[in-house]
Design a binder for this molecule. Structure first.
Ligand code: BES
Ligand code: ZN
Length: 861
């Protein structure tokens, strides 16, 4: 169990690191001097290294005496061990190492990235991605978050190139035909936050945030796309300095767009790296979703400069302290930047995504044991991010935003330049809030799942609230032991509940902490209705006695956006869990035909997508008609053109509705109109400008209804795209085509180098979820597994396999399970059991509701 962890008898305090990458040969050499403290006499020093060759090792004491070291590499645990001829006495030593390695193409460690310059020539740059456990692939180090040290990096590069690292440049000179760039010392920080990028990079002028210069970097020719990211970058940096009450901990801040990037972005202190779509953006042509994405990611990474970089979780089991906070803070900052976007409302979808995984028996607590590196990788999921952020929001609302912020400030101050655990956060929050935090919070962080709150009025006329764990499948179906099943049943939470009771036309808010299985409240005279989870911040679902639900639905205008969203989202979850019949839910969706709320429409459209994957082909026309019936009226009212001064989120809604109508609604009129407008738009002087949200929807619609000619056209547009968003839009239109011959082409392109490996897995996942492509795609995945495993980044393969959810028949389900078992595939943590259970839920839903759905569609046709 402990075999992956490093011993603590020797610890680092400082790395003087010199690296010389060769961008022609894809190799690098390095030397480093690590200042260490020997705590107990030892003849052996153990640290991490992977896929590196250590060519020289020695250790030096305070008087300059050097001992040679024997090197022993163990690739299976990614460690190297140095043995010295005699014991090192406790005290300060300096470990000298020389090493070499390859600039790999796996988007981790020290890796290479390719792009075409403006002349069409392929260019290479070198970048790093170290989180969670890949700094050890670039230089030997104590690669665990608690071994914080100072880094002083030097890069030796081709004089034509530029180097960026965590801190400002201390000196730059040319020596023997090479440019030697020395960077200033970093703060004490974890290895996974070190970064260096080398290439033909260009920066914007800095904007100053206080005394911090903030720049955006990209490969040449993309500077005109940098302004938007720089604006939210500067805004959010200022916002966080203010919120945290602490200055930004670095000496400069660079935001760098890298053409090949495994995740969305990475919070390296002072040198945040991004995939291009998450930083660069053309303000004239971007959709609302694309704008929100850049704002989110930039704000998120900036939030990490404090949460994660200044104060770091002690070990990966506490990853939520980094990621949940960054996600929560991202929302606060973006909400402050553009209140009209209603960012917290949109977060309802994030909360719901977390609830859908956390409703599995195979879920895990937010804090969860991590042993091997792949377990650390598996922690980057919706439970850490979205459940974690939801729990923080719930707590913030419960304690009050001011006290919560006081607690956060206290926590950061107490643990700056060091590491912390969840318990440390509780201590700080408790001090600020003067309320017992651990008793309230521990169940949410250390136990899996969440409650379903059932609401009824009993015979005495009292309101009764009760809690039990929400799961989609009965415990027996979840591969749990009898004991685990009992535990699930007995699980209780301390649930902060905000409810709104309306009596005699007057609504009043009540707050209570539900700690027992059940609680009763007297209802006022003239009781009309009760809404549980007012404001929508609670991480639980609500199930109303039918009469109570009816009362709420009779006055839907009283609900806020989040409340309406939660109501429909809970209803859909109840269908999937078999608690209410599908027909009831489909009737419910009819009540929201007139709605103008993008999040609400999001749940409804998603639920139609799920049904679309479950129905028999013969039922598809019926489902298409149902979609047209639900979505059509809103589209008819909104039209294709925004009115003057219309809100951005309304434009987004228009795009979402058109896309739904033109694809799963298969509306011929919409398809024809999309083709017409798209054709006009393509002309040199279009008759009218197409709103970007409508244009993006038209691209999806035309792919969905398009032929080989359209495919060729979109493929060309993808290749010649003017900006990252356009490139992405056309690339992800490819899975929407319906013809098998075109699927064949797209699949082949994911493995022949035409499509970047950062995008291939997501594309394949989309095809596994497509009713037209899934069968062929699954066969392709099985046949090409080894190749995929070899060329795609690791996180990509894991996420790609989430697409098996689309394979919702009993036969496919068996085949999927067999495949992963035969191949002994394990993504760490609970990733695979979660995919399997989600697939089981989909198959169960199909078997339970299939007939009812057929009948419902017949009736409503
Ligand atoms: N720390 C992560 C990057 C990361 C993700 C490293 C997975 C290693 C494994 C970063 O802060 C992050 O969370 N990025 C997100 C975007 C964010 C806005 C949610 C991502 O990459 O998707
Ligand atoms: Zn993050």
């Amino acid at each position: 169990m402990e075999s992956h962890r490093l011993p603590q008898h020797v610890v680092p305090t400082r790395y003087d690191l010199r690296l010389e990458p060769d961008l022609d040969r894809f190799t690098f050499t390095g030397t480093e001097t690590i200042a260490v403290t020997v705590r107990e006499a030892t003849a052996e020093v153990v640290l991490n290294a992977a896929e590196l060759e250590v060519t020289e090792a020695s250790i030096e004491d305070g008087t300059g005496v050097r001992l040679p070291g024997m090197v022993e590499m163990d690739e299976s645990t990614a460690r190297c061990r140095f043995r010295f001829p005699h014991h090192l006495t406790p005290g300060a030593w300096r470990l000298h190492l020389s090493f070499k390695g390859n600039l790999n193409d796996k988007l981790r460690g020290f890796y290479r990235s390719h792009y075409k310059d403006q002349a069409g020539t392929t260019q290479v740059l070198a970048a790093t991605q170290f989180e969670a456990t890949d700094a050890r692939r670039a230089f030997p180090c104590w690669d665990e978050p608690a071994f914080k040290a100072v880094f002083a990096t030097t890069l030796v590069i081709d004089p034509a190139l530029t180097a960026v690292s965590n801190t400002a440049v201390r000196s730059e000179l040319v020596e023997g035909g090479k440019k030697v760039v020395r960077f200033k010392d970093t703060i004490k920080m974890s290895t996974y936050l070190a970064a260096f990028i080398v290439g033909r990079l260009e920066a914007t002028e800095p904007v100053m945030v206080g005394s911090t210069p903030l720049r955006v970097w990209a490969v040449p020719g993309k500077q005109h796309l940098a302004g938007y990211g720089q604006e939210i970058g500067a805004y959010s940096l200022r916002f966080f300095e203010d919120y945290y009450g602490l200055p930004y901990p670095g000496d400069k801040l660079d935001l760098i767009a890298i053409p090949d990037f495994a995740s969305g972005a990475m919070e390296n202190l002072g040198a945040i790296t991004f995939r291009e779509t998450a930083l660069l953006l053309d303000e004239r042509t971007a959709t609302h979703g694309e704008r929100e994405r850049v704002a989110d990611v930039v704000a998120h990474e900036n939030a990490h400069m404090w949460f994660g970089d200044l104060v770091t979780m002690t070990w990966w089991n506490g990853l939520w302290l980094n990621e949940a906070f960054a996600t929560f803070m991202e929302m606060l900052a973006v909400d402050a930047w553009k209140p009209e976007w209603r960012r917290w409302e949109a977060f309802g979808a994030g909360r719901a995504a977390a609830m859908s995984v956390d409703g599995l028996h195979a879920t895990r607590p937010i804090e969860y044991p991590v042993h091997a590196p792949k377990d650390a990788d598996a922690m980057f999921d919706v439970l850490t991010y979205e459940k974690g952020a939801s729990i923080l929001r719930m707590l913030e609302q419960y304690l009050g935003p001011d006290r919560f912020r006081e607690g956060v400030r206290g926590y950061l101050r107490a643990h700056a330049y060091a590491n912390a655990d969840t318990g440390d956060l509780w201590v700080a929050l408790e001090r600020a809030a003067e309320r017992p935090v651990p008793a309230l919070m521990d169940d949410w962080i250390f136990r899996p799942g969440y409650p379903l709150i059932s609401v009824k009025v009993d015979q005495q006329g009292d309101l009764v609230l009760s809690q039990q764990r929400f799961t989609y499948l009965p415990a027996a179906a979840g591969e749990l032991s009898a004991e685990e099943q009992e535990q699930e049943k007995a699980q209780r939470w301390q649930v902060p509940i905000q409810l709104q009771v309306t009596a005699r036309g007057q609504a009043t808010t009540q707050r209570l902490l539900l700690t027992e299985a059940e609680t009763r409240l007297a209802l006022p005279q003239g009781f009309e209705s009760v809404l549980v989870n007012e404001g929508g911040h609670g991480f639980y679902r609500v199930r109303y006695q039918p009469g109570l639900l009816e009362r709420i639905l009779n006055a839907p205008e009283r609900l806020t956006g989040i409340e309406r969203f939660n109501l429909v989202s809970d209803a859909w979850a109840a269908v999937v869990a078999g608690l209410i019949p599908l027909a009831g839910y489909l009737d419910l969706t009819a009540r929201f035909r007139g709605g103008r709320d993008r999040n609400l429409w999001g749940v409804i459209i998603d639920s139609f997508q799920v049904l679309n994957r479950l129905i028999a082909p013969a039922d598809r026309p019926g489902l298409e008609a149902l979609v047209r019936d639900r979505v059509g009226p809103a589209v008819a009212e909104l039209g294709w053109t925004p009115s003057a001064g219309e809100m951005e989120i309304m434009r987004q809604l228009r795009g979402d509705l058109l896309r739904a109508l033109g694809t799963i609604g298969n509306d011929r009129t919409v398809q024809a109109k999309a083709a017409e407008l798209y054709g006009e738009h393509g002309r040199a002087t279009p008759a009218r400008e197409l709103d970007p949200n409508v244009l993006a929807a038209a691209v999806s619609i035309l792919a969905f209804s398009g032929d080989g000619g359209r495919y060729e056209e979109f493929l060309r547009t993808f290749r010649a795209a003017a900006n990252p968003q356009e490139e992405r839009r056309y690339l992800f239109s490819l899975p929407l085509f319906q013809q098998q011959a075109l699927h064949e082409q797209t699949l082949a392109r994911t493995l022949n180098g035409e499509i970047r490996t950062q995008d291939g897995p997501a594309l394949i996942s989309a095809m596994l979820m497509s009713v037209y492509a899934r069968e062929r795609t699954w066969a392709f995945v099985k046949a090409n597994w080894d190749k995929m495993d070899q060329v795609f980044p690791k996180n990509g393969v894991r996420r790609m396999c989430g697409g098996v959810l689309g394979l919702a028949t009993p036969e496919w389900e068996r085949d999927v399970r067999r495949f992963f078992a035969d191949r002994k595939i394990d993504f760490g943590g609970k990733v695979l059991p979660q995919y399997f259970e989600q697939l089981r839920i989909a198959v169960t839903l199909r078997e339970r509701e299939g007939k009812a759905l057929t009948q419902y569609l017949k009736r409503s046709l």
